[in-house]
Design a protein around this ligand. Structure first.
Ligand code: FAD
Length: 279
């Protein structure tokens, strides 16, 4: 079992200026020496070229990097072609997902479950990749029930996933309860908490509704009070998220995965507050 697993997530920028900014962020965060960076795969496969290009660039610069991947927008040949290009570049870690369904596409879009993708990758490439999957301590918004969602998570593990990264949450007990419940269901892979720094309350509130992450009352009401005071909100957010991370690590979390939103400052501050370079 991996005992320490600290990673940082980027998304592919839409513009050349955004990419230049991300290059600087990547260079700055590389100094923290995370176990790996990951790069998301846009809903519906919208960033598959951007994801691959970014992954190849940072891999060539010496970073351990994990592309996110889904069947979204690709048939099996397309996925296979991507897998081979990653293998040829020396990439050995993936984050395998069903992917978000693109907004406006309706419910008729057929999206293959992540367990099918994990199975496909194992079938085609054996043990060449360490496969990460997603899981949801506060339950995936489309799930029928808590038990059903954990059962489907177990399908991904049985298909060959090596470790999991959670959706973000601000309630440490949700994570501990989920981890312990998964263990009782026979899920033995490391479950790494996904950590979302707090930088903008409106965006966070909107996104949390969409992805089913709860902002606890005590936190939401406090964040509302900052209004336009972005610096105050970030300072308070850093305090809250640092405490959350500390509690998770003390409680046995096997690492942390930071959703950087392509910003260096918050991740770096959290990393320093938690002395992660010394853990
Ligand atoms: P799945 O595990 O396939 O589950 C999806 C839903 O279907 C769940 O409700 C589950 O309970 C249910 N389900 C699973 N199997 C079955 C079955 N056999 N029968 C019936 N129901 C089933 N999105 C992106 O578009 N790009 C990214 O790069 C990206 N990165 C992410 C990284 C992390 C760490 C996390 C936590 C999420 C990420 N997402 C990303 C969001 C993710 O794609 C969405 O949450 C998506 O809706 C579900 O993906 P999944 O891989 O968890 O799906």
């Amino acid at each position: 079992m991996t005992v320490s697993n600290f990673s940082i997530e980027f998304y592919p920028p839409h513009t050349a200026a955004g990419e230049a900014r991300l290059d600087a962020v990547h260079a700055e965060l590389s100094q923290l020496d995370p176990d790996f960076f990951s790069v998301t795969y846009g809903a519906g496969g919208s960033t598959r070229h951007g994801t691959r290009q970014l992954v190849m660039k940072y891999q060539a610069q010496g970073s351990e990097i994990a592309p996110h991947l889904s069947f979204s927008g690709l048939n099996e040949d397309g996925v296979l072609e991507l897998l081979h290009s990653y293998l040829n570049a020396g990439i050995s870690r993936l984050v395998a997902l069903r992917g978000d369904i693109p907004s406006g596409s309706g419910t008729s879009v057929h999206s293959r479950y992540a367990s099918e993708l994990v199975e496909f990758i194992r079938h085609k490439t054996g043990d060449a990749f360490h496969i990460e999957v997603a899981c949801y301590p506060e339950i995936h918004p489309e799930a029928r029930s808590y038990a059903a969602d954990v059962n489907y998570f177990k399908d991904k593990v049985e298909a060959g996933a090596n470790s999991a990264i959670t959706q973000y949450f601000y309630n440490a007990d949700a994570y501990f309860h989920f981890r312990d419940y998964c263990a009782k269901q026979g899920i033995g892979i490391p479950i790494v908490p996904g950590i979302m720094p707090i930088t903008n309350y409106q965006n966070l509130a909107r996104f949390s509704i969409k992805c089913g992450a709860e902002i606890p009352q005590w936190l939401g009401r406090k964040l509302e009070t900052f209004g336009e005071d972005t610096a105050g909100l970030r300072t308070y957010g850093l305090e809250v998220v640092s405490e959350l991370c500390e509690r998770l690590l003390v409680g046995g979390a096997p690492g942390l995965h930071f959703y950087s939103m392509n910003l260096a400052g918050c991740v770096k501050a959290l990393w320093d507050n938690l002395s992660l370079s010394d853990r």
